[in-house]
Design a protein around this ligand. Structure first.
Ligand code: TEU
Ligand code: CA
Length: 556
C-alpha cells in the first residue's frame, strides 16, 4: 500500500470556542488558538483539526453555517485566520477544517432564496415536501428532538432538517448543490488548508421516496439514522468530490460516518477507491445504550470491555491492508475519554488516562487527540440543568422528561452527566488562575471545577504528567513503521479485564497489554520470549503482574 503523510500523522482537535479567549468576551477565538500554537507544537502533533469557525447564527455551535467563505465575528476575521494558517505552517503544523455540507443554516442565502417560492431557482437546493393530511411527510425524528420536518407557511410545504430547525438539509441529488460544494472546498484548499473533516458526510444521500422509519416501539418518531446513513448514491457523490476537488491537492480527508460499518468503510477509505482517506466510525462510542430504545444514547451505564474490544478489533481487522482507520476516544460530541472508558477518580485518573492513550495509540490508524484529553481532563459532572447549553442535551431533556415523560428529572440528569456533549466543551484548563487562564471575562460555559488540580501549566512542569505521556506516544509513532504499518491481532477477546493485542511488521512484534480494572491481575503472553519494554504507565515492570490500569508495550 503506497504510504501517505497522514498515515504517520497525529491530529489535535481544537474546539475554538472552548480553547483560548484572547479578547475577554468569554468565548475562545482564532487569536487565542494562534497564541497557543507553541503548546500544540510542543505536544508533537502534526495536524490541527479546527471545528467550524465560519459565519453562523450558532444554533448548533457553528454547525449551522450561513456563509462558508467568511469567519464568524466572535472567532475573529479572515485576516486572523490567514495569520493562524501561516503561523501553523511555519511551525510545521497542518490545518484541517470542518466541512459541514449535509446541511446549512436557515440563514444561508441559498435557504433564504429557496423558501421564497416553489419556483425559486434555489428551491431544489433543499428538500421540500407536501405534508400528509396536515402531518409531516414522514415519521423521522430529529437528533435534537421533535420531527425532522418543519412546516414553512410561506410556501405551505415542509423542509427536511435531520438536526435543528435552523439546519435545513441540502439536496445532494441536485448537481448545482454539488458544484457549489466543490467551489467552497476549492476556496479553502486554494488558501492552503491541508484537508477536511466532513460532518455526517454519510447522511447526504437520502432514500428514494423518503419512506417512514420502522417504529416497533411505537415511539413518537422513528429512528432516522438507519434511513439516511450510507445511502445509495453516497459512493458516487464521494467519488465525484474526489475527482473534481480532493485529487487535485495533497490533502487529507476524514468523513464523520455515524453507524457506518467496516464493510462500507473499506470502500470509502480504500486507497484506490478514490473517495476519502479515513472515517470516524461510531461503533466503540455507542456501546452503552438505554434498555428503553426510545431513550437512545441517554444512559449511565459503564462500557463493557469485551464489547469495546470487539468494536475496535473489528475495525482494525477490516481495514488492515484495505483502508485506513481513524483512532479516537472522544471529541466535541462525546463524553471525556477518562470518564467514559477509564476511571476519573483522583486515585486512578492519570493512570487510566495513560492506559487509554497507550491502548489506542499503538493501534493501526491515525490518532486524534481532543483538546484536554492530553491533560486527562474529565467530564464536567454538572448537577443542575441550567449548567448545560448544548442544544442536543437541552432538547433531549425537554423531549424525554417534559414531553414524552419517558424518565424523571434525576435519572435524566445522571444520563446528561454521563453522555452530554457539554462534558467535552468546558473550557480548556491552562493553569490554576481564575477561569484556568481560558478567559479574563465570564466563560461562555462553566469551567470544570477541577481545573486547579488538572491544568496544562502543572503538567508541563511534571515529566510524569499525562501530557508528557502523550508526547512519548506521539514520538514513538513518528519513529516506528511497526506502529504505523504493522498488522493487528487481538489476544484473548473474551478476557473481561485486560485488552491485549499484537502488531507485526517486517519480522518485528509489538505486544500491547492494558489492565482496564482497578484490580491487580496476572496475565502472561509469550512468556518464554525475550521482550524489551518500550513504554509503561508505571515505573517498573512486575512481569506477569498488572496493577490497576497498568498498561505496557513490549517490542521483540
Ligand atoms: O455530529 C453528528 C452526530 O452524529 C452527532 O449528532 C452525534 O450523533 C450526537 O451528537 C451524539 O451525541 C455532527 C457534529 O459533530 C455535531 O457537533 C453536530 O451537532 C451535528 O453533526 C450536526 O451538524
Ligand atoms: Ca474571544
Amino acid at each position: 500500500m503506497k504510504k501517505k503523510w497522514w498515515q504517520k500523522a497525529v491530529v489535535y482537535q481544537v474546539y475554538p470556542r472552548s480553547f483560548q479567549d484572547s479578547n475577554g468576551d468569554g468565548i475562545g477565538d482564532l487569536a487565542g488558538v494562534l497564541q497557543r500554537l507553541p503548546y500544540i507544537k510542543k505536544l508533537g502533533v502534526d495536524v490541527i483539526w479546527l471545528n467550524p469557525v465560519y459565519k453562523s447564527p450558532d444554533k448548533d455551535n457553528g454547525y449551522d453555517i450561513s456563509d462558508y467563505r467568511d469567519i464568524q465575528p466572535k472567532f475573529g476575521d479572515m485576516k486572523i485566520f490567514d495569520k493562524l494558517l501561516s503561523e501553523a505552517h511555519r511551525l510545521g503544523l497542518k490545518v484541517v477544517m470542518d466541512l459541514v455540507v449535509n446541511h446549512t443554516s436557515d440563514q444561508h442565502e441559498w435557504f433564504k432564496e429557496s423558501r421564497k417560492s416553489i419556483d425559486n431557482p434555489y428551491r431544489d437546493f433543499y428538500i421540500w415536501r407536501d405534508g400528509q393530511d396536515g402531518q409531516a411527510p414522514n415519521n423521522w425524528g430529529s437528533y435534537f428532538g421533535g420531527s425532522t420536518w418543519k412546516y414553512d407557511e410561506a410556501t405551505k410545504q415542509y423542509y427536511l432538517h435531520l438536526f435543528a430547525e435552523g439546519q435545513p438539509d441540502l439536496n445532494w441529488e441536485n448537481p448545482e448543490v454539488r458544484e457549489q460544494v466543490w467551489e467552497l472546498m476549492r476556496f479553502w484548499l486554494d488558501k492552503g488548508i491541508d484537508g477536511f473533516r466532513m460532518d455526517v458526510i454519510n447522511f447526504i444521500s437520502k432514500p428514494e421516496g423518503l419512506p417512514d422509519a420502522p417504529n416497533p416501539e411505537n415511539a413518537e418518531y422513528g429512528d432516522v439514522e438507519p434511513m439516511v446513513a450510507d445511502g445509495a448514491k453516497l459512493n458516487d457523490y464521494l467519488r465525484e468530490m474526489n475527482d473534481k476537488v480532493l485529487s487535485k491537492y495533497d490533502v487529507m480527508s476524514v468523513g464523520e460516518m455515524p453507524s457506518s460499518k467496516p464493510e462500507d468503510a473499506v470502500q470509502y477509505t480504500g486507497l484506490d477507491a478514490g473517495e476519502l482517506n479515513m472515517v470516524f466510525q461510531f461503533d466503540h462510542v455507542t456501546l452503552a445504550f438505554n434498555d428503553d430504545p426510545r431513550l437512545g444514547k441517554w444512559n449511565d451505564k459503564p462500557v463493557n470491555l469485551v464489547d469495546l474490544k470487539r468494536a475496535l478489533s473489528r475495525w482494525q481487522l477490516a481495514l488492515d491492508g484495505k483502508g485506513w482507520n481513524s483512532l479516537y476516544w472522544n471529541n466535541h460530541d462525546r463524553a471525556r475519554a477518562v470518564s467514559r472508558f477509564g476511571n476519573d477518580s483522583p486515585e486512578y485518573r492519570e493512570r487510566s488516562a495513560k492506559m487509554l492513550a497507550t491502548t489506542l495509540h499503538m493501534m493501526q490508524g491515525t490518532p486524534y487527540i481532543y483538546q484536554g484529553e492530553e491533560l486527562g481532563m474529565t467530564n464536567a459532572h454538572f448537577t443542575d440543568l441550567k449548567q448545560y447549553q448544548d442544544i442536543e442535551s437541552l432538547e433531549s431533556y425537554h423531549q424525554i422528561v417534559e414531553k414524552e415523560k419517558l424518565t424523571d428529572h434525576a435519572t435524566m440528569m445522571r444520563y446528561l452527566a454521563t453522555e452530554s456533549r457539554d462534558n467535552a466543551r468546558t473550557p480548556m484548563q491552562w493553569d490554576d488562575s481564575v477561569n484556568a487562564g481560558f478567559t479574563a471575562g465570564t466563560p461562555w460555559l462553566e469551567l470544570n471545577k477541577n481545573y486547579r488540580e488538572i491544568n496544562a501549566a502543572k503538567e508541563l512542569q511534571d515529566e510524569d504528567s499525562v501530557f508528557y505521556f502523550y508526547k512519548k506516544l506521539i514520538d514513538l509513532r513518528h519513529k516506528s513503521d511497526l506502529i504505523v504499518y504493522g498488522d493487528y491481532r487481538e489476544l484473548d477477546p473474551e478476557d473481561e479485564e485486560v485488552f491485549a493485542y499484537k502488531r507485526h511488521y517486517e519480522g518485528k512484534t509489538l505486544l500491547v497489554i492494558s489492565n482496564f480494572t482497578a484490580k491487580d491481575v496476572t496475565r502472561s503472553y509469550d512468556s518464554e520470549t525475550k521482550k524489551t519494554l518500550l513504554l509503561s504507565n508505571y515505573d517498573d515492570d512486575l512481569g506477569t503482574k498488572f496493577r490497576p490500569y497498568e498498561s505496557k508495550v513490549y517490542v521483540y
